[in-house]
Ligand binder design. Structure first.
Ligand code: ADP
Ligand code: MG
Length: 577
């Protein structure tokens, strides 16, 4: 049975036919429905129709049934014949050839002014005189049947609509949990495809002046020659530009298609196209586009469903965006907090160190003064030797204190001047050659050190402090190369920053060491080291409005990168002296 015939409708036809035959005392009755194209009829019900005739009605084309088509399809009302055998209208009628009819009433079933099907009541054993009352009766019964059919259709429509609303509800339930943007566009396209029974759905999202394919379902990618289109371009772009939905009932004929799109549409057999804007309030965030195939077109109801779904999708997308923003904000906050803690710790330590350095300096000055006096008066080598050792230790202590006080210098006390990082690097490597080349050679190892990379814009800074930073970094690199290796200083630019990276192929750091490396006094080198190299460098960079970043892994070498803002004025005025 063809798909457009609903069981409930068949029941209406069957009952009406039987009632007509009974009430009029006819010998047989039959009912049929017109095919939607209007060129064929399908038998729906029969009453006392001989079994061998049952199938034959359906095989008759309407062209052969002029009378029924022209008169019963769109007539003023029922037509009848009291004497079919002598009625020229029926003389050559195919039904009359199939069965010997004596009298007949044919009544159309009209729905919304159009013929939907009809009934025939026939007398075969003897002639019957059809009265006006009988005609009226048949007409009335056909009208009642029409109402019942209409109701059955409405019921069917309601059922379809209800199931679609249920699907819509389910789709929005699927999209409602807050999630990151990631797979959401694809999920939206899929849910929309399931909802509208389409296996070709695309979701474009707005990015500046463009629409970018962000989620797809089914074969839709084949119809999209480029991943991004301009707003206003192609059908999707028109929907975006107008902010209004659009239906193209015959996609292959739509004049806004690109030639390769048209080719794909033909190849894939797409028929209708529907696009709806996805909006958050008045702001357009994207366009959902749906395609159908074969018989299935797209109508106002699909549009209503797609629009409802698009607003759900918009909410899901907006939630995802807000979620992502919140996460970024949280990460920024955490970083800022860490920075704050770091700089507060540094300042406190700086003050502590400044105080300490001051006192120690005074004490050391006294010790050294006395020592030197003693040394100048001591004659016995047995006394001079230990005194010399004490003197050297005291001088080392002075050096530690000097470094401490330098670290403690939270406020700059030096002049600001233009500094060329590349030149500075070359100069430092040259100056430290005895340390990295000669000393290494003396220990039978080989260290190679070079400057590479491009010229970077001049920064404003304090050359002395920056040179110390570089010295610290190179010293650390040398320390990390007990078996020799390579040190590379690379300079490069990066959006408003001049950068310099010191890399070594040395022992590297564990995560735990890397995290603490810039802490003041943190060292893994035992008592001879101060643990102030990186923290002091960190302080210098902070005073310059720059940054210091350490990348390292155990056994994989280390890269310490410093970044300085490219600007022509110092971060604060030089202090007056
Ligand atoms: P110090 O050199 O006096 O130990 P720093 O502040 O310069 O102090 O460095 C702190 C710690 O960070 C070092 O003890 C070492 O463990 C680690 N470190 C620094 N630079 C490097 C490097 N290039 N390779 C491996 N470890 C390093
Ligand atoms: Mg160091």
């Amino acid at each position: 049975m063809p798909a457009f015939i609903w069981t409930d409708v068949t029941e209406v036809f069957r009952k009406t036919t039987r009632a007509m035959v009974q009430v009029l005392g006819g010998d047989l009755g039959a009912a049929w429905q017109l095919a939607p194209e209007g060129d064929r009829i399908f038998p729906l019900a029969g009453c006392h129709v001989p079994k061998d005739l049952l199938g034959k009605f359906g095989s008759v084309s309407l062209a052969e049934m002029q009378l029924l088509v022209e008169e019963a399809s769109c007539p003023e009302g029922p037509i009848c014949s009291n004497d079919v055998e002598n009625d020229p209208r029926f003389a050559n009628h195919p039904w009359a050839r199939l069965i010997a009819l004596k009298s007949v009433i044919v009544a159309p079933l009209i729905i919304k002014g159009k013929s939907f099907g009809g009934f025939i009541i026939a007398w075969t054993r003897g002639r019957h005189r059809v009265t006006d009352e009988e005609i009226q009766l048949v007409e009335g019964m056909a009208q009642t049947a029409a109402i019942a059919v209409e109701n059955a259709q409405l019921l069917q429509e309601l059922k379809t609509r209800q199931s679609r609303l249920e699907k819509l509800l389910e789709a929005s339930r699927e999209l409602s949990p807050i999630q990151s943007v990631g797979s959401l566009p694809g999920q939206i396209a899929e849910a929309c495809g399931r909802l509208l029974d389409s296996n070709s759905v695309g979701l474009h999202l707005v990015e500046g002046e463009k629409l970018v394919v962000s989620g797809t379902w089914g074969d839709v990618r084949e119809t999209m020659p480029t991943p991004r289109i301009k707003i206003g371009q192609s059908l999707t772009g028109i929907v975006a530009a107008a902010g209004e939905p659009l239906i193209a009932p015959d996609l292959a004929a739509a004049d806004r298609l690109l030639p390769e799109q048209r080719e794909a549409v033909r190849r894939l057999g797409h028929r209708a196209w529907l696009g709806v804007p996805v909006k958050v309030g008045e702001r357009l965030v994207g366009v959902l586009s749906v395609r159908t195939r074969g018989e299935r077109g797209l109508g106002p109801e699909d549009l209503a469903i797609a629009t409802a779904f698009a607003s759900q999708a918009a909410i899901a997308l907006e939630n995802a965006r807000l979620f992502q923003e919140a996460q970024h904000a949280l990460a920024d906050l955490k970083a800022a907090q860490e920075q704050l803690i770091q700089s507060a710790t540094m300042r406190a330590l700086g003050e502590l160190a400044a105080g300490m350095a001051h006192h120690l300096n005074n004490l050391l000055a006294i010790m050294l003064g006395r020592l030197r006096l003693l040394l100048s008066s001591a004659e016995s080598a047995a006394i001079r030797r230990p005194l010399t050792i004490v003197e050297r230790a005291a001088m080392d202590a002075t050096e530690v204190v000097r470094r401490l006080s330098r670290f403690a210098r939270v406020q700059p006390t030096e002049e600001w001047q233009p500094v060329n990082l590349r030149e500075l690097a070359t100069e430092v490597l040259e100056m430290m050659r005895p340390r990295w080349q000669d000393a290494a050679q003396a220990q039978g190892i080989r260290i190679e050190a070079i400057v590479e990379g491009r010229e970077v814009p001049t920064v404003v800074g304090n050359a002395v402090s920056l040179r110390e930073v570089l010295i610290n970094l190179v010293l650390n690199a040398v320390d990390a190369l007990p078996a020799g290796g390579r040190i590379v200083i690379r300079t490069f630019g990066e959006h408003g920053w001049a950068c310099l990276a010191v890399s070594d192929t040395g022992v590297g750091m564990s995560d735990a060491v890397r995290e603490r490396a810039a802490e003041p006094f943190f060292t893994t080198k035992g008592p001879k080291a101060t643990g102030l190299g990186l923290s002091a460098s960190y302080g210098v960079l902070q005073r310059h409005g720059g940054e210091l970043r350490i990348e390292s892994a155990e056994g994989q070498g280390t890269t310490v990168t410093i970044r300085l803002p490219i600007r022509s004025i110092p971060p604060w005025p030089s202090p007056s002296r």
